[in-house]
Write a protein that binds this ligand. Structure first.
Ligand SMILES: Nc1ncnc2c1ncn2[C@@H]1O[C@H](COP(=O)(O)OP(=O)(O)OP(=O)(O)O)[C@@H](O)[C@H]1O
Ligand SMILES: [Mg+2]
Length: 467
């Protein structure tokens, strides 16, 4: 059954909205502020939230950010008064599906509600599809080195042991971690990722273990930590080699005791999260240099999985490139023998990520259907707006997808003469049109490629359609 949560401090709004929605046979829950709302989210499976932007305690925008982070599968529709429409617009920019202005109109509520739920279902289906086809998570390669990794992953997944994944940049560490989770008995529970390098030292404890309201100045509400969120599932500690020594000892303690305590909290919570860690550093060496705790290293390194660099499995390179080309809709492009040899002879310091970039470049800039070594070399050397390529090359200088009108320098000059807001909008519009064309007009794929929420992209495109 579809469940909708209304978070608004005005009882009148809660009542009206609830009765409209209940008449449509939705199950409706209500909360008078965001903290109560979040408490409900922790217990119930909600599909859609109507969220007031002006709220006591935790403000609407802050609540929105939190909801998106912890419950990314839920759509949020923001409600605002006439006086704070700007906040609602900001919320949509942050990824809310849409906003409603008070006083609420019945028609508008119902349309927005239906659309938001359609979007939510689509996203859910999309995730389901991804899970089923495993396309995103498929580990491609036929070399003995990668076969070996696949076998190790299968064995390791079946156990509950902690795993340490090592390998150079872009060798597929994260992909391997996700595969382990998927193949494990914990697949139905969450896979929670922490990028240890990206979290400042002062926040790591609250990020990992959570905090109680008032534990420190910014702790306006209780918050679950990553260990807690991963309960029953897998906690992926990415870039663990970049974690500070102080944080390392805290993680060690949690591993030893099997319990966490929220910052500022009294009670201890049992944690049941399987830890998979990854790093591109040589942790043994880091231990020797006093940068990594040896006892933690031993705890994490129960099953080591080392991902081979691309150059150690050269035979997989052409295979991977063709796979990526197909994946982005350029499956018609073939490689000739010189291209295959060229690919296998390159060092690929950025490994698979670099190869994936090359596939994108080929798709966008290459106009032929059978690429040779020369074409690839040109594409690799050429940076955007860089040197022009050889005379016989089939590379499209404007690097625009087919059917997209070339953006001339002249037009960019025009942008420079506009006022800031207009320039920004004009750039954004062209940028989005370009990215959309490049991703075959598929909104979800475009949104993922450029790192924004699909609902956000939808909203932007709608806006530009009107102009
Ligand atoms: N064997 C593979 N088959 C198909 N795609 C792969 C494979 N290995 C990696 N990829 C893809 O290459 C990209 C980089 O992989 P991933 O992010 O897992 O690498 P990483 O080792 O975590 O990189 P970094 O060190 O930069 O964090 C991803 O888009 C991933 O899907
Ligand atoms: Mg990674």
């Amino acid at each position: 059954m579809t469940k909708i949560l209304i978070i608004d401090d005005e009882p009148g709004i809660r009542r009206t909205l609830a009765s409209i929605l209940e008449d449509e046979n939705y199950r409706v829950l209500t909360a008078e502020d965001a903290l109560v709302g979040i408490a409900i989210l922790e217990k119930e499976q909600i599909n859609l939230i109507f969220l007031d932007v002006l709220l006591p305690n935790l403000g609407g925008l802050e609540a929105l950010e939190r909801i998106q982070k912890e419950w990314p599968g839920i759509e949020v529709v923001v409600i605002s008064g006439h006086a704070n429409v700007d906040m609602a617009v900001r919320a949509v920019k942050l990824g809310a599906f849409d906003f409603l202005e008070k006083p609420l109109s019945l028609d508008k509520v119902l349309t927005v509600c239906r659309n938001a739920l359609t979007m939510q279902k689509l996203k859910e289906e999309n995730r389901g599809l991804k899970k089923n086809t495993l396309r995103e998570d498929e580990i491609i390669g036929k070399s003995p080195a990668i076969e070996n990794v696949r076998e190790l992953i299968r064995q390791a997944a079946a156990s509950e042991a902690r795993i340490l994944i090592t390998g150079e940049n872009g060798t597929g560490k994260e992909l391997a971690a996700r595969a382990i989770h998927r193949l494990s008995g914990r697949a139905a529970k969450p896979f929670v990722e922490v990028n240890c390098a990206a979290i400042p030292d002062t926040l790591i404890e609250s990020e990992l273990f959570g905090h109680e309201k008032g534990a420190f100045t910014d702790a306006v509400s209780r918050r679950r930590g990553r260990f807690e969120m991963a309960s029953g599932g897998t906690l992926f500690l990415d870039e663990i080699g970049d974690m500070s020594l102080a944080a390392q000892s805290k993680v060690l303690r949690v591993i030893q005791e099997g319990k966490v305590e929220r910052v500022g909290g009294e009670k201890t919570l049992d944690v049941d999260a399987r830890i998979v860690a990854a790093t591109n550093k040589d942790l043994e060496q880091e231990c020797g240099r006093g940068k990594f705790r040896q006892d933690l290293f031993f705890r994490l390194n129960v099953i080591p999985i080392r991902l081979p660099a691309l150059r150690e499995r050269a035979e997989d390179i052409p295979l991977l490139l063709l796979h990526f080309l197909k994946d982005i809709g350029a499956g018609h492009i073939a490689l000739d023998n010189s291209a295959v040899e060229f690919l296998m002879s390159q060092p690929w310091p950025g490994n698979i990520r670099e190869l994936k970039n090359l596939a994108e470049r080929i798709m966008v800039m290459y106009r032929g259907d059978r690429a040779g070594a020369g074409d690839l070399q040109n594409l690799i050397q050429k940076n955007l707006g860089g040197e022009s390529s050889g005379e016989n090359s089939k590379i499209n200088e404007n690097f625009l997808p087919p059917g997209y009108p070339a953006m001339k320098n002249q037009e960019f000059g025009d942008i420079l003469n506009l006022r800031y807001t207009e320039a920004k909008n004009s750039f954004e519009k062209r940028y989005l049109e370009f990215q959309l064309a490049r991703n075959g007009g598929i909104i979800s794929r475009t949104a993922e490629a450029i790192g924004i929420y699909p609902s956000n992209l939808h909203a932007k495109l709608r806006k530009y359609k009107k102009d």
